[in-house]
Design a protein around this ligand. Structure first.
Ligand code: AMP
Ligand code: ZN
Ligand code: FE
Ligand code: FE
Length: 292
C-alpha cells in the first residue's frame, strides 16, 4: 500500500486540475492519496468523481493557513464538513486575505520596476480558489523576470524579501478545535520545515495533542533525517499519528514527486478511525473516503 496524504491541484497552487492530479496519482502507483489544496474544498468534487471512475482511494482534505506565536503553521484537515459554519467562516476570511494582498505585492513589484499587473497574476491563477505567491511567481516567469517559482521566492516573495506581503491566518489551536467540531481530523504539516522548530516545539505539540490534534507530518521533503527521527519520537511520545507525504504541486515544486514520502498503512488506519470517531461525535455531514 502506497499512501500519500498531501497534494495540491490548480484549486490552489498546484499545476494540474483535480482530475489530472487523480490520474497522476494512479500513474505514480499510489493506492490512496489525499487532495489538500490550500484553504479550499473547491477541488473535492472533481477529484472524487475522477477517483470513483479510476478506482483509487481518495481522502478529501485541505491545508489550512494558521498562525501560532506569530509564525505561519500549515494545518492539514482531513474529512471535515467544509460547510460547518465556523470552518466556512475562517476559510472565507483566509481567502479574502489572500485576494487582498495580491495588489500589494503587484504594487511592490512595480516599484521595483517590473511591469506586472493584477491581470497578469489573475491569468496565472486561472480557476484557483486560493490565490498565492506561487501565482505571482508564475506571472513573473511569463513576463521573463525570473526562470521559475524558486527564483521568484528567493528574490522577491519569501518573507523578508521586497515584494512580500503578509495575510490573515487562523489561530492554530482554534483551528484544531474547529476541524474536530467539523467532524474531521487535523495533522500539522511539515512542523519542523524551514524555520518553524523554535515556535512549534514539543511542548506546543503536546498542548495541541491534548486539544485533539490527530497527527504530525513526519516524512516530508522539508525535514532532514534528524528532524524526521526527532518528530517520529515526538509522535510516539504524544500518541500522535505519524504521516508521510509528498506535498506534490505538479510542476510547481521541484523534488516533491507523488509518493516521494508515504504514510504507513497502520498509521493511515489509525487516522481514519480518529476521523470516524470525530465525524460521529460532530453530527456533521462529512465526506466519505472514496473507494475506502
Ligand atoms: P502562500 O500560499 O502565498 O503563502 O505561498 C506559500 C506557498 O508557496 C506554499 O504552497 C509553498 O509550497 C510555496 N512555496 C514556497 N516557497 C516556494 C519555492 N521556493 N518554490 C515554489 N513554491 C514555493
Ligand atoms: Zn502550496
Ligand atoms: Fe505547506
Ligand atoms: Fe502543501
Amino acid at each position: 500500500m502506497r499512501i500519500d496524504l498531501h497534494t495540491h491541484s490548480r484549486a490552489s497552487d498546484g499545476t494540474q486540475s483535480p482530475a489530472e492530479l487523480v490520474r497522476a496519482a494512479v500513474e505514480a502507483g499510489l493506492d490512496a492519496f489525499a487532495i489538500t489544496d490550500h484553504d479550499t474544498a473547491e477541488g473535492w468534487k472533481e477529484a472524487a468523481e475522477t477517483a470513483t471512475d479510476v478506482g483509487i482511494t481518495l481522502v478529501r482534505g485541505m491545508e489550512v493557513s494558521t498562525r501560532h506565536q506569530h509564525r505561519g503553521v500549515h494545518l492539514l484537515a482531513y474529512l471535515p464538513d467544509p460547510d460547518y459554519p465556523p470552518l466556512a467562516a475562517q476559510l472565507t476570511r483566509i481567502i479574502a486575505g489572500r485576494d487582498s494582498r495580491v495588489p500589494a505585492m503587484v504594487d511592490r513589484l512595480n516599484e521595483l520596476g517590473f511591469g506586472i499587473t493584477l491581470a497578469d497574476v489573475l491569468a496565472a491563477s486561472g480557476e484557483a480558489a486560493a490565490i498565492g505567491r506561487p501565482h505571482v511567481a508564475d506571472a513573473l516567469v511569463t513576463l521573463g523576470v525570473v526562470a521559475d517559482r524558486n527564483e521568484a521566492f528567493a528574490r522577491f516573495l519569501s518573507a523578508g524579501r521586497p515584494a512580500y506581503a503578509d495575510r490573515y491566518a487562523a489561530p492554530l489551536a482554534d483551528m484544531v478545535d474547529i476541524v474536530t467540531a467539523a467532524g474531521g481530523v487535523s495533522v500539522v504539516a511539515h512542523p519542523w520545515g524551514r524555520h518553524q522548530r523554535s515556535s512549534l516545539d514539543e511542548a506546543s505539540l503536546a498542548e495541541l495533542a491534548e486539544r485533539g490534534l490527530a497527527g504530525i507530518e513526519v516524512d516530508h521533503q522539508d525535514h532532514d533525517a534528524d528532524a524526521r527521527d526527532a518528530l517520529r519520537a515526538v509522535a510516539r511520545n504524544l500518541g500522535l499519528v505519524a504521516t508521510g507525504s509528498s506535498d506534490y504541486h505538479g510542476l510547481g515544486k521541484n523534488d516533491h514527486e507523488l509518493g516521494v514520502n508515504t504514510t504507513n498503512p497502520e498509521e493511515f488506519t489509525r487516522l481514519l478511525a480518529l476521523a470516524d470517531a470525530a465525524a460521529a461525535r460532530s453530527g456533521r455531514r462529512t465526506p466519505e473516503v472514496v473507494n475506502r
